[in-house]
Design a protein around this ligand. Sequence first.
Ligand code: 1HN
Length: 348
Amino acid sequence: MTEQLGTLDELPPSYLKELTSLDLVPLWPFLRGFLPYGIPERKTKPAHWAYESIRPLLLQAGDLTPIEKAERRVLVLCNPGHNPEDALVTPTIYVGLQLILPGETAPNHKHTPSAVRLVVEGGGGFTTVNGEKLPMEPGDLILTPPGLWHEHGHEGDGPIIWMDALDLPLIYNIEASYCTEGEPQQMKPDPDGSQTRYRRAGVLPYQSLNQRDYGFPLLRFPWREVREALKDLSKITPAGDAVQLAYVNPETGQECMPTLGFSALMLRPGEEFTLPKRSSSGVLKVVEGRGQADIDGATYDWDQHDIIAVPTHSPITLVNRSGQEPAYLFLVDDAPLHRKLGFYEEFK
Ligand code: 1HN
């Protein structure tokens, strides 16, 4: 182990000036900053946003800014450890809350970042992805994968609000983020794939045995079914173990997006459990219930629809405050990216 790395002020000013004039720097004064021992340097803080405090401001945005002037009417959750204009909740993940009012539409576009929607409240909203009309019911997960056309509409009454999560900070920082606008899509008349081709886990359209879709075959994961599956899984999960289901591509069984991973958690009445410290960062969204979270030593009380930022290398302890009702949380993380990069870790 190098005990003491040389510093900048040990070097002659004339030498540093010459390096600067040639766009050069010495590595050694900065090396430990780039490569700390044992744990990465983390600007990202654990953080908590109460839905109750965001909701009125989002509805106010509906009065202040017509959809035509917003394109996407969103309030962005900015991690307090970063500059707000960087619009990130973790180093790789952007999260915002989006509002659409009855009759409004958000125009068709496609882009390089991967996006998902987790529906918070309201009925009658839909997202169309490559011609497939995906109804948005509360708790549903809707994928808008990189490069696929998507637009939103609202045929119901009252506001519809959802959480957007994108790998935008990652894609922006590798200077690969851009979008293309398009004409409104031609919608196919069929119900979406979650109600037809991929109605049930473990069975697929027969022809897919010959021709697997390694892209994005399933774009909507209805909450109603995920919630039922969690309840059934909880019956056989030992107390203190996480009741957790991963959202996967039904054709491959692998993660359903390239960089972002999604899972749903159930906390039985009164239950407390700890998820191990992992190399990945993430965002928790409360779907139902009330409780407490300890994220790397920071403690928060959470209520329905609250959102919590989880930095890399942070253990998570969750407690369900209710002794009667289960609580449900949704987790989006960048574990698929870490796995692809070959350094995903869980620390026991
Ligand atoms: C986007 O495409 C949507 O399609 C929402 O609803 C939020 C934030 C940054 C970049 C693209 C959408 C977004 C976004």
